[in-house]
Structures are given as C-alpha cells and as structure tokens.
Design a protein around this ligand. Structure first.
Ligand code: ATP
Ligand code: MG
Length: 537
C-alpha cells in the first residue's frame, strides 16, 4: 500500500496547516473510524513508516488524560507481540490525541479474503493461530479487545496478521464505547448486543469464532441487513455449516460460538484443540519464562520505575499485591513476558538452542543462514528442512537417545547450575518428522562426501577428510525433541587425539570436554555450513 505524504489537517481540528506532529510528517488518510481518522506518517529522521490515529478530544469527551488512563496508555506502549500493532507514542495536544503506531502495509485481512472468496484450510489456520496468539497475550495482560472485527485485522508486507486497536476499548468509557461501536454488530457476542456492559475475554472468543468462520467460508455466520433480525440470529446462535468444512474445525467453531458465555470455549480450550495444534509455530506460544516468581526481576522493576516515574518500593508492593489490574503490576509482568517472546524470536532463528525448562540464553544472529521457505514475523527461520510435513511423533530410539543424553549429563540436556549450562548450541530446528529429518541429513552427507558412523538412528558421528592436510574433522549430529512438535538437529564438534587438551589442564575442567583449536573450530563451521546449505536446497 503506497501512501505518499501530503499535508492534511485532522477532521475537526482547528489546525489547518498541520503537516507534522512530533517528529512525524503526516500524510494521506488510511481510513476513518468511530473516533477519528488514521493517517499515514513518516518519522522525519529515520523515514520509518507509521500510522497515526487521531482522536479528537471533542468526539471523545470522556477521554481525559487522568492518571488512570495515562497509566493504561503507558502500559499499551509496553505491549510487544509479533501480531499486534505496536503503539510507539502518544502525543497529546489541546484538541487532539495522536496515537503513533506501527504501520501495516498489507491492507485489511478481509480484503484479502474477499479477493480469494475463501481461504484454504491451512492458510485460514495460519491466520487464526496468529490472531489467537495475539489475543492470548493481551488477555494475559488484562486487556480485552472487545472490538475484534475486520477493520482491526491488518496484514503486514509478509501477510502476517497485525491486530489493531488492542487496549483502545479500555481507555474509552465502557457504556460510551459499546454504544458507539455497534455500527457493525456482526462480530459482537450475544451478551454484548444484549447491552451487558461487562465484556470479558469471552467476548473476544466469540469474535474470533466469527473471524474463523469468515476465513474458512468467506461469509459471515450471522448476517442480515435488518439489524433486529441480525440480533435475533446472533442470540439464537444458529448458523449454517457448509459441507466442505472439516469436522474438527466444526467442533471448534461450535464451541467458540456458544451463546452462553459460560459454556463458550476459552482461549486455553482453543489452544489445546487438535485443529488449532496442527502446524502450530512454536514462537506463537513460547514456554513460560523460567524465572523464579518468588524472586523479583530487578531489571524489570527499574524499567517500571523509569516509565511511570515512581519509586521501586511502590512497584514492589504492586507486584506483591493481589490486584491483577494494578497498572504497575501489569507493566512489570509485561516486561518479564516480553523477554519470553524475545527469546522465542531468537530461538526461531537458526543457531542456538537451550533445551529443558531452563531459560534460553540470549542468542546471536546466525553467522550463516540458508534461504528460508516460510517467512517468520521476526527474522527468516531456515530450520524447515522439509516443509509441510506433519507433527512428528517421537521415535522410540529418539526417546532413548534423549534419556541417555539427559542421564549422562551431556551438554544437550543441561543440568546443574545455570552458570555451567550456559553454552551455545549450534543446530537446525525443524517441525518435520524425526525420521524425515534424519533421512534428509543422510542424503546431504552423502552428497557432500562425508563419512559417518551411526550411533543410533538419531545420533551420528561424522567426519570429513581435508584434501590438503589429510587430517580429519569430526562432528556429532544428534536430533533432540524441543517440544511436542519440533526438533533440533544439534551440531557438536568432536576433538580427536591431536586436539585433546593436556591431561593436567583437563582435570581442572572436570566434566567439560577437551577444547578444540581455532583451526578445528573453523573446519567444524565449514562442515556445518556445507551441511546446512545442502539441507536447505
Ligand atoms: P474503530 O474506530 O471502531 O476502531 P476502525 O477500526 O474502522 O473503527 P480505525 O481504527 O480508526 O477505525 O482505522 C481506520 C482504518 O485505518 C482501518 O480500517 C485501516 O484500514 C486503517 N488503519 C488503521 N490502523 C492502521 C495501521 N496501523 N496501519 C495501516 N492502516 C491502518
Ligand atoms: Mg481500528
């Protein structure tokens, strides 16, 4: 979507010549919503593209920046999720409030569906998984969207979903918001159209159910031009199920579109559902950040103090309080949780892996990465050896090899103190079946002229002769299970006799391995690079 810059004034604003706000040049109107327009903008110094939502204070007379609202907005700026539009900055003037947000260049998701009339099941699932991941993240941080609808589901240039307006409903006065936002009630839950003011996470589940239906069928489950008839249909909860829908997804839809909010699926139910689980990318639901909850993360406390201009005693007491809606507590939890997503981001790129329940270390950008077949919302992730293979079951040999390695205290299964465990693991992550991964590995080794010895079907020792020196570099390849559906092919250097460290030195290292020379490390990396390149072909 190209949005050239043009100076325009926001609707209702007194300022006629408004071209800039803060460090942003304001451009064309991207769209108009209930509370004002959304304009394209560019950061003057860096050229970063943004979308600027202009909320006119007269239109939202209740939106005064009292401290409670200010805190909520400060928190919204902390929301960091690959499928949620980021709020960068809020600029307040006497007439307007400018919300500077991440710009999604791919237009609205529903224009994309319209073009295709309906999506293939796998594509619908991919979008739906991204939406649920974003919704889950916000619910965990006490924000309910309450207005999930096509205009708020945008696409970026990689066709990844970006949910807009999360948290906005929280800064509107409930009654006002619900009344004004019912212009297009097709996505609103029965209890919302019945006028109940309280709207918890279950209303988002309903809207997600409507969205899922629209993704799969290209139509709406409840539709009628006559609004009272539409309301009747929504309240009845009766909708048509086309024959082409898979029975598994039908069960999910029926559960999400239960009229009784108490019986409706929860986000947890959706996450566990077999249809949802298929081909679920690991980064969407990273494992809990493994820090001891009884120990307060001081770094996070300092960040909250800076953002809210409060002292650390106030933050500490907020963290310990039972009030889950305390904005300082939410901010602290967000900062801690963001580390989890940052780790998932890093884990999603090739390179290192830290298994088990321990926190992964911060990972570097890979030194080499073959081309990627399925773009991730973070960085390219080259770990898909053979895309589109289903979820792999753990082969008994693989399980044995995992146990063996865990028991032997081998470095792939870290145990003991975190200090000792913090090692890099070079490898490739894949969601293919373990036997398929290994079969690709054997083929690649054959092409490359490597020699190998099979320790077990998921563990091989490999060597390559250096044609010039005649020497040999050895490495071990071992497949690990990362989680229920993805595996890591770990590359490990093996030191031969010539590179063994002297016995005296080795004693001091206790159970650590012999240190390879830099020459061996280089040759090892060359082997890895050759193998990864071959696997990515
Ligand atoms: P509401 O006022 O109830 O939120 P709405 O979502 O239709 O309704 P806006 O949020 O004001 O209204 O957005 C208007 C339009 O601007 C959207 O439909 C979308 O096309 C565009 N838009 C909004 N945010 C962005 C963004 N971050 N990047 C690109 N386009 C955007
Ligand atoms: Mg919107």
């Amino acid at each position: 979507m190209e949005a050239p810059l043009q100076g325009q004034a926001p609707a209702g604003s007194q300022t006629i010549t408004l071209m800039k706000i803060g460090h942003y040049q304001i451009g064309n109107t991207l769209g108009a919503g209930t509370f004002g327009k959304v304009k394209y903008g560019e950061h003057i110094l860096t050229g970063t593209k943004v979308a600027i939502k202009i909320l006119n204070r007269k239109t939202i007379k209740n939106l005064d920046m009292v401290s409670k609202i200010k805190r909520e907005i400060t928190n919204l700026k902390l929301f960091r999720h690959p499928h949620i539009i980021k709020l960068y900055q809020v600029i307040s003037t006497p007439t307007d409030i400018f919300m500077v947000m991440e710009y999604a260049s791919g237009g609205e998701l529903f224009d994309y569906i319209k073009q295709k009339s309906k999506l293939k099941e796998s594509e619908a699932r991919r979008f739906f998984q991204q939406i649920i991941s974003g919704v889950d993240y916000c619910h965990r941080h006490m924000v309910v969207h309450r207005d999930l609808k096509p205009e708020n589901l945008l696409l970026d240039h990689n066709l990844h979903v970006k949910i807009a307006d999360f948290g906005l409903s929280n800064i509107m006065v409930d009654g006002e918001f619900l009344r004004t936002s019912c212009g297009s009630p097709n996505y609103a839950a029965p209890e919302v159209i019945s006028g109940k003011l309280y709207a918890g996470p279950e209303v988002d589940v309903w809207s997600c159910g409507i969205i899922l239906y629209a993704l799969l069928c290209g139509t709406l489950p409840f539709d009628d031009e006559h609004v009272p008839t539409l309301f009747r249909k929504i309240k009845s909860g009766v909708f048509q199920i086309p024959d082409y829908l898979n029975q598994s997804v039908v069960r999910l839809l029926l559960h999400m579109l239960m009229v009784d909010p108490m019986k409706r699926a929860t986000i947890e139910d959706i996450k566990k559902h077999e249809w949802f689980q298929k081909d679920l990318p690991a980064y969407l639901f990273p494992p809990p950040y493994d820090h001891d909850n009884s120990v307060i993360d001081q770094e996070a406390v300092t960040e909250v103090c800076e953002k809210f201009q409060v002292d650390s005693a106030e933050v500490q007491s907020a963290i310990l309080s039972e009030d889950q809606h305390n904005q300082l507590k939410i901010a602290y939890n967000l900062i801690v949780d963001n580390k989890r997503f940052a780790d998932a981001n890093a884990m999603y790129s090739i390179s290192a892996f830290y298994s088990g329940a321990s926190p992964p270390p911060a990972l570097p950008t890979p030194a080499f990465s073959p081309s990627d077949s399925s773009p991730s919302p973070f960085k390219p992730h080259p770990e898909r050896i053979a895309p589109h293979l289903g979820i792999g079951k753990i082969h008994p040999d693989l399980r044995a090899s995992l146990r063996e390695r865990a028991l032997s205290g081998d470095r792939g299964m870290p145990k003991g103190t975190p200090g000792k465990r913090a090692k890099w693991h070079l490898g490739i992550r894949s969601q293919s079946k373990p036997l398929d991964i290994m079969s690709e590995v054997y083929k690649a080794m054959k092409v490359l002229g490597f020699e190998w010895k099979v320790v077990n079907p998921f563990h091989v020792r490999v060597r390559r002769k250096n044609p010039i020196t005649g020497g040999c570099v050895q490495m071990a390849l071992q497949l690990y299970q990362v989680d229920y559906r993805s595996h890591l092919l770990d590359f490990k250097i093996i030191c031969n006799e010539a590179t063994e460290v002297p016995q005296v030195e080795k004693k001091g290292l206790e159970d650590e391995e012999a240190r390879p020379t830099s020459h061996h490390v280089m040759e090892f990396f060359e082997m890895c690079a050759a193998l990864i390149t071959e696997l990515a072909r």
